[in-house]
Design a binder for this molecule. Structure first.
Ligand code: ADP
Length: 497
């Protein structure tokens, strides 16, 4: 169960739902903390704007009492504020208390005593409180909060109050008082919250299902790949990783298919190796055993014969040593345990030295190496490993060259590189095999009598060494004409040795 929950599908699903929940929490937080404040700020600016409009119209009206239009204008402004913004507009004096039958102030709004009395009846306490506050504290202030109005009715109100003129004789002041109920705001907030509640539930449910579908789709290719990889692990190389969905998976699919091909090739090559190595080990061992028995039974007393037989045993032992050494060399180069020891090397001398190695062999077997070597060409490399490369390439050329038994070796200077070439006149290499010959243990299937002994590892050692040096190398080969193996070394200019 625990493992199941750690599946990619469930993990993506969980994160998706957590993400949706997180988003909803942020929305709720904003709603609870900021929305009410936003409405109140909006109301405050609306109250102030309305208060200033009323004040302006009042001043115009009192400055020209004979101007009927100004009075109408004032009344119209006050009416529209009530009708459009639902804000009560009260203009009265400090002394007026709104009791029935009380004498109305010189100017008041609403002008009808019944309406004004009704407003006082409704908001009398509030009006008295704000009048008091306006005198004592601050002129032109706004206040919001729960205000207990008449008849013990508590209502959330928003109030604006300002003294707009002072009657010096009666010492009485004219007030503008704007009152708006916050009931609508509270109601609107509660509606928004209800809607948000429904939206939250819908979003969570949708996120639940959508994320399940998405996470299933995302993990599906991986699940399929895992199944295919298990088949591959069981040795079924016929499987194919199929790409689907997003580009990372396609890339992974390509990589896995490539890996599968490589594993398949290695597996085939290793099977061939087993056959080759066992054959190569068996032949000398059989020879060693046979000649040792011959010495024991036949040639023991005959020195000349015994020496000849012992020489065969020594040769075969050498062959075994060579095989084992090649296998060790290759694995060392490949595992890089044996790091490169880079130094400045006279490649001309090195090539000449390797050719000299073959000297007595060439004489005894009628082979010829035509060497064209430019003098004093220097490069930086691991001398021992490059010597092995040159040796393997020339050895192969001797092995596979044609009837004329001739091999050409060139070492020439190009602009900023040295080109090493070994050319033979043998059967050449089939185009489709040209890539394969660099693989470990690869050997052309046809049997070929080779004057220089090989292990099937020569070119893979060449490849590993040259790649470790980052050098350009390759082969150009034509069927029944011959092959040209080449390596390009970077030229190092310098003093002559
Ligand atoms: P080996 O020569 O011991 O078989 P190598 O790794 O040196 O192993 O070479 C691998 C194969 O590449 C050889 O078996 C041969 O088929 C092919 N090959 C190498 N060099 C040449 C060449 N000069 N001409 C033709 N074929 C070659």
């Amino acid at each position: 169960m625990k493992i199941g929950l750690h599946k990619l599908k469930y993990t993506i699903w969980r994160y998706f739902i957590l993400f949706a929940l997180g988003l909803m929490c942020i929305v709720w937080f904003i709603q609870i903390v900021f929305t009410e404040q936003y409405f109140l700020n909006d109301m405050k600016s609306q109250m102030i704007t309305s208060g200033e409009a009323i004040e302006l119209k009042y001043n115009l009206m009192v400055s020209a009492p004979e101007n009927v239009t100004a009075a109408e204008d004032f009344a119209q402004t006050a009416t529209s504020i009530k009708e459009i913004d639902n804000i009560y507009v009260i203009v009265s004096t400090r002394d007026y208390n709104g009791t029935v039958g009380e004498e109305l102030p010189k100017f008041c709004y609403p002008v009808e005593s019944t309406v004004l009395e009704h407003y006082y009846n409704e908001f009398g306490d509030v009006i008295r409180q704000v009048k008091e506050y306006t005198v004592n504290e601050k002129n032109g202030y706004t206040y919001s909060g729960t205000i207990t109005s008449n008849e013990n009715k508590t209502d959330k109100l928003y109030v604006y109050s300002k003294i707009i003129s002072e009657d010096k004789i009666s010492n009485d002041s004219v007030y503008i008082i704007l009152i708006s109920s916050l009931g609508n705001v509270t109601k609107m907030l509660s509606i928004i919250q209800q809607q948000l509640g429904v939206i939250t539930i819908v979003i969570i449910v949708v996120a639940f299902f959508v994320s399940w579908v998405i996470s299933s789709n995302l993990s599906k290719p991986l699940v399929n790949m895992n199944k295919t990889a298990k088949k591959l692990a069981n040795g079924n190389f016929g499987v194919q990783f199929t790409a689907s969905g997003y580009s990372e998976i396609s890339e992974l699919t390509d990589t896995l298919n490539y890996m599968k091909e490589e594993v398949k090739k290695t597996s085939v090559l290793q099977r061939e190796l087993l056959a080759n190595v066992t054959h190569d080990l068996k032949t000398p061992l059989t020879m060693v055993k046979a000649y040792a028995e011959m010495i024991q039974d036949i040639s023991g007393e005959n020195k000349a014969k015994r020496d000849k037989h012992a020489q065969v045993i020594i040769d075969e032992a050498d062959r075994l040593t060579m095989l084992v050494n090649d296998i060790l060399n290759l694995s060392k180069v490949q595992s890089s345990v044996d790091g490169l020891e880079i130094q400045r090397v006279n490649l001309s001398l090195l090539t000449g030295k390797v050719i000299d190695h073959f000297g007595s062999f060439l004489e005894n077997n009628g082979y010829l190496i035509n060497a064209t070597i430019e003098e004093n060409l220097y490069c930086e490399c691991d001398v021992k490993k490059i010597e092995q490369v040159i040796y393997n390439l020339i050895g192969n050329a001797i092995n596979y060259t044609g009837e004329n038994k001739t091999v050409e070796v060139f070492l020439t200077k190009n602009k900023c590189s040295i080109l090493f070439e070994v050319i033979d006149s043998g059967k050449g290499i089939d185009a489709e095999k040209i890539e394969t010959i660099w693989e470990k243990y690869y050997r052309a299937s046809e049997t070929h009598k080779r004057p220089v002994k090989g292990t099937g590892l020569g070119l893979s050692i060449v490849k590993a060494v040259l790649e470790a040096h980052n050098l350009k190398y390759g082969v150009v080969s034509k069927k029944d004409v011959g092959s040209n193996f080449f390596v390009e070394f970077p030229l190092v200019e310098g003093d002559q040795e």
